[in-house]
Design a protein around this ligand. Structure first.
Ligand SMILES: *[C@@H]1O[C@H](CO)[C@@H](O)[C@H](O)[C@H]1NC(C)=O
Ligand SMILES: *[C@@H]1O[C@H](CO)[C@@H](O)[C@H](O)[C@H]1NC(C)=O
Length: 226
């Protein structure tokens, strides 16, 4: 009797350990520079791409870097899934130099204007903040970091064109709302900010719609508080 009780504690302990272990192995770095392994922070489709102007550090709490965990975080800072699954515009590709080559974005999120269910539909009609998510997790550079292309769009009637200076404006709006302490239901996040310069070339070369940007990438480190 006592013996079987002991065993159930061992089994419970192993199960708890397994549940709390990280989803996949990651190296303890913020990110790897994609350029060192022939990746790029720009230049994804034929006509140029949206610059990868925000990085969520690989040192963030692992849950935040998963699709479901990042969606909760994005909701805490006012973004959500696309309006009723509508997807306007073509998918983008990114090569993060991690050995996976050019891959499609993992998800697209839009500003929800703090109306949890139909807010993203409002964004689709009136324009707003928009972001694409790519994860650096290939075998050659497994930081787990998320590389985001953030922009500010015009409304649907203008076919989701990026507004003038829309990359820097979109990035700064997102960062402004993310930094500090933010919550979504029972989850609380603490986000810190650093600039990365010299990795993304400034200007409009290779940029979609040829809209110039300042070449600064914002590195956000997100810690979930229990
Ligand atoms: C970070 O970059 C912004 C431009 O995006 C600049 O205005 C700011 O001064 C920079 N901050 C630091 C500490 O370098
Ligand atoms: C796109 O990336 C490739 C490979 O890094 C580079 O050779 C090319 O010049 C880039 N094109 C533009 C428009 O930046």
């Amino acid at each position: 009797m006592l013996r079987s009780k002991c065993w159930s504690f061992v089994v419970l302990g192993v199960a708890l350990f397994a549940a709390s272990a990280p989803i996949s192995r990651r190296d303890a770095v913020d990110y790897y520079d994609p350029r060192t392994l022939s990746g790029s922070l720009l230049n994804r489709s034929g006509s140029g791409g949206e610059p990868l102007n925000v990085i969520i550090s690989g040192k963030s709490t692992p849950e935040v870097l998963t699709p479901a965990g990042f969606l909760d975080y994005a909701r805490a800072v006012g973004m959500s899934e696309e309006c009723l699954g509508l997807h306007h515009g073509t998918k983008q590709l990114a090569n993060l130099g991690d050995g996976n080559g050019w891959v499609e974005e993992r998800e697209v999120l839009r500003e929800h204007f703090f109306l949890p269910f139909f807010g993203t539909c409002l964004e689709t009609m009136v324009g707003g903040n928009h972001l694409r998510v790519f994860r650096q997790d290939g075998p050659k550079a497994n930081s787990g970091a998320l590389f985001l292309a953030v922009s500010q769009e015009m409304d649907l009637s203008s076919h989701h064109m990026i507004i003038p200076n829309g990359y820097d404006i979109g990035r700064d709006r997102f960062v402004q709302r993310a930094v500090g302490t933010k919550a979504y239901y029972d989850k609380t996040y603490e986000t810190t900010l650093q600039n990365i310069t010299g990795m993304l070339p400034s200007g409009n070369r290779g940029v979609n719609h040829r809209i110039a940007q300042d070449g600064v990438i914002k590195l956000l480190t997100v810690t979930m508080k229990k």
